[in-house]
Design a protein around this ligand. Structure first.
Ligand code: 1GP
Length: 242
């Protein structure tokens, strides 16, 4: 039996900080993967997320199968689309884009994925996903055709997160968007953290150790970083001691 979610809860109760390295199958070349994963294994990363807004069919499955050979870290699908779901992974963030009002991303894609999930061994983790504005248009916004929540509408962000929890979601994910100019502001993270009783994931635009530290100190339980590792693998070294 997989225990990803319970392990997350346990780590949080011990005050541990969790870090997911996000690998986009469209950007990661299979030839470079083993080299990259050695660095992930030696780093402070606790999880690997695999996903992207637009990914070529079967690229996720190939990547995950290869990853499995090289790492013992839990591999969790963070899907941009139903086609990215593969039971080669350990878990799946079963996302609902609750910041938006596009029924396809609130429930449509989820219904469409059931035939793939019915007999799967994946640990399925219902996750409320909130896109927060960061000053530029993001791929999530473009692909899902939804508007992000505005930073100044912080009460709406808090209430949306709480609504996700009340609907039974097990995680809340605050997303600034891959390559965001700035991470989610600290006061937003802090306010959401104080409102919800489930683990909080924060990602998008975290490129320095200082930003990572701030995001944790503001209340993030699990942080997701993709671009900073893609752009500069020495970032792994920099993060050795947090
Ligand atoms: C995107 O939150 C993740 O979905 C990670 O963003 O690529 O900016 O680290 P970055």
């Amino acid at each position: 039996m997989k225990n990803i979610y319970n392990n997350i809860l346990q780590s949080i109760s011990k005050g541990e900080r969790l870090l997911a390295v996000l690998i986009d199958p469209d950007k990661m070349k299979l030839e470079g993967l083993s080299n990259f994963i050695v660095k992930v294994n030696k780093s402070i990363a606790t999880h690997i997320f695999v996903g992207g807004s637009t990914v070529e069919e079967f690229a996720t499955e190939k990547l995950v199968s290869e990853l499995k050979i090289h790492t013992k870290l839990p591999i969790i699908i963070f899907p941009g689309d139903v086609s990215q779901i593969t039971d080669q992974a350990d878990g799946l963030l079963f996302l609902s884009l609750i910041s938006g009002r596009n029924p396809d991303y609130l429930i449509g894609k989820q219904v469409a994925s059931v035939s793939k999930l019915r007999d799967t061994d994946l640990e399925i983790i219902p996750t409320g996903y909130l896109l927060i504005e960061n000053g530029k248009e993001t791929a999530v916004q473009r692909v899902t055709n939804t508007e992000p929540l505005l930073i100044e509408h912080f009460q709406e962000i808090i209430d949306t997160s709480k609504a996700g929890e009340l609907l039974g979601m097990k995680l809340i994910y605050l997303e600034a968007g891959s390559g965001a100019l700035q991470p989610i502001p600290s006061d937003i993270i802090n306010k959401v953290k104080n409102e919800i009783r489930i683990p909080l994931i924060v990602g998008g635009g975290i490129k320095t150790k200082k930003q990572l530290r701030e995001v944790y100190e503001s209340g993030a339980d699990l942080v997701v970083i993709g671009t900073a590792f893609e752009d500069d693998e020495t970032f792994f070294k920099e993060l050795k001691k947090l």
